[in-house]
Design a protein around this ligand. Structure first.
Ligand SMILES: [Zn+2]
Length: 117
Protein backbone atom coordinates (compact mmCIF):
# COMPACT_ATOMS: atom_id res chain seq x y z
CA UNK A 1 0.00 0.00 0.00
CA UNK A 2 1.54 3.30 -1.13
CA UNK A 3 0.26 5.54 1.65
CA UNK A 4 1.95 8.64 0.22
CA UNK A 5 -0.02 8.25 -3.00
CA UNK A 6 -3.22 7.66 -1.03
CA UNK A 7 -2.57 10.74 1.09
CA UNK A 8 -1.92 12.84 -2.02
CA UNK A 9 -5.12 11.57 -3.58
CA UNK A 10 -7.16 12.35 -0.45
CA UNK A 11 -5.66 15.84 -0.19
CA UNK A 12 -6.46 16.53 -3.85
CA UNK A 13 -10.02 15.38 -3.33
CA UNK A 14 -10.32 17.56 -0.24
CA UNK A 15 -9.15 20.60 -2.23
CA UNK A 16 -11.70 19.84 -4.92
CA UNK A 17 -14.55 19.57 -2.39
CA UNK A 18 -13.52 22.79 -0.68
CA UNK A 19 -13.57 24.58 -4.01
CA UNK A 20 -16.96 23.14 -4.89
CA UNK A 21 -18.40 24.01 -1.47
CA UNK A 22 -17.22 27.61 -1.70
CA UNK A 23 -18.58 27.91 -5.26
CA UNK A 24 -21.92 26.62 -4.00
CA UNK A 25 -22.06 29.01 -1.07
CA UNK A 26 -21.14 31.93 -3.36
CA UNK A 27 -24.14 30.95 -5.48
CA UNK A 28 -26.28 30.74 -2.34
CA UNK A 29 -25.38 34.32 -1.46
CA UNK A 30 -26.45 35.32 -4.98
CA UNK A 31 -23.31 37.32 -5.44
CA UNK A 32 -23.40 37.06 -9.20
CA UNK A 33 -27.17 36.63 -9.51
CA UNK A 34 -29.21 38.88 -7.17
CA UNK A 35 -32.56 37.42 -6.17
CA UNK A 36 -35.09 38.51 -8.77
CA UNK A 37 -38.08 40.60 -7.72
CA UNK A 38 -40.24 38.49 -9.98
CA UNK A 39 -42.07 35.94 -7.82
CA UNK A 40 -41.98 33.00 -10.25
CA UNK A 41 -38.26 33.43 -10.69
CA UNK A 42 -37.79 33.59 -6.94
CA UNK A 43 -39.47 30.20 -6.62
CA UNK A 44 -37.15 28.72 -9.24
CA UNK A 45 -34.13 30.20 -7.51
CA UNK A 46 -35.25 28.79 -4.15
CA UNK A 47 -35.55 25.33 -5.67
CA UNK A 48 -32.03 25.49 -6.98
CA UNK A 49 -30.90 26.70 -3.53
CA UNK A 50 -32.23 23.45 -2.11
CA UNK A 51 -30.22 21.51 -4.70
CA UNK A 52 -27.10 23.45 -3.73
CA UNK A 53 -27.81 22.72 -0.07
CA UNK A 54 -27.98 19.02 -0.87
CA UNK A 55 -24.72 19.13 -2.83
CA UNK A 56 -22.86 20.92 -0.09
CA UNK A 57 -24.38 18.58 2.52
CA UNK A 58 -22.99 15.53 0.72
CA UNK A 59 -19.71 17.36 0.11
CA UNK A 60 -19.54 18.09 3.84
CA UNK A 61 -20.13 14.41 4.59
CA UNK A 62 -17.39 13.35 2.20
CA UNK A 63 -15.01 15.95 3.66
CA UNK A 64 -15.58 14.51 7.14
CA UNK A 65 -14.77 11.03 5.81
CA UNK A 66 -11.63 12.29 4.06
CA UNK A 67 -10.49 14.00 7.28
CA UNK A 68 -11.02 10.74 9.16
CA UNK A 69 -9.15 8.76 6.48
CA UNK A 70 -6.17 11.14 6.70
CA UNK A 71 -6.16 10.68 10.47
CA UNK A 72 -6.23 6.90 10.06
CA UNK A 73 -3.30 7.17 7.63
CA UNK A 74 -1.33 9.05 10.31
CA UNK A 75 -2.24 6.47 12.92
CA UNK A 76 -1.26 3.62 10.63
CA UNK A 77 -4.67 1.95 10.71
CA UNK A 78 -5.89 3.17 7.33
CA UNK A 79 -6.31 -0.31 5.85
CA UNK A 80 -8.00 -1.77 8.94
CA UNK A 81 -11.79 -2.05 9.01
CA UNK A 82 -13.09 0.09 11.87
CA UNK A 83 -15.98 -2.32 12.45
CA UNK A 84 -14.53 -5.86 12.38
CA UNK A 85 -10.77 -5.14 12.49
CA UNK A 86 -10.05 -7.18 9.35
CA UNK A 87 -7.98 -5.62 6.54
CA UNK A 88 -9.99 -3.64 3.98
CA UNK A 89 -9.67 -5.01 0.42
CA UNK A 90 -7.14 -3.01 -1.64
CA UNK A 91 -9.54 -2.82 -4.58
CA UNK A 92 -12.16 -1.31 -2.31
CA UNK A 93 -9.72 1.32 -1.00
CA UNK A 94 -8.77 2.16 -4.57
CA UNK A 95 -12.44 2.71 -5.45
CA UNK A 96 -13.45 4.46 -2.20
CA UNK A 97 -10.22 5.90 -0.73
CA UNK A 98 -11.96 7.40 2.32
CA UNK A 99 -13.79 4.27 3.43
CA UNK A 100 -13.16 2.98 6.95
CA UNK A 101 -14.78 -0.41 6.58
CA UNK A 102 -14.36 -3.56 4.56
CA UNK A 103 -16.79 -4.58 1.83
CA UNK A 104 -18.60 -7.00 4.12
CA UNK A 105 -19.24 -4.42 6.84
CA UNK A 106 -20.24 -1.74 4.32
CA UNK A 107 -22.82 -4.10 2.84
CA UNK A 108 -24.12 -5.03 6.28
CA UNK A 109 -24.58 -1.34 7.06
CA UNK A 110 -26.57 -0.78 3.86
CA UNK A 111 -29.00 -3.52 4.92
CA UNK A 112 -27.17 -6.52 3.49
CA UNK A 113 -26.30 -7.60 -0.06
CA UNK A 114 -29.89 -8.79 -0.61
CA UNK A 115 -31.19 -5.17 -0.77
CA UNK A 116 -34.56 -5.87 0.77
CA UNK A 117 -37.21 -3.41 -0.40
ZN1 LIG B 1 -15.26 -5.13 8.37
Amino acid sequence: MDTDAVRARLLRRREELHRRASDASADLRHESDPLSADFAEQVTQRESDEVLDAISESARGELRQIQAALRRLDEGCYTTCSVCGEPIEEGRLAAVPYTDRCRQCAETERGGPAHRR
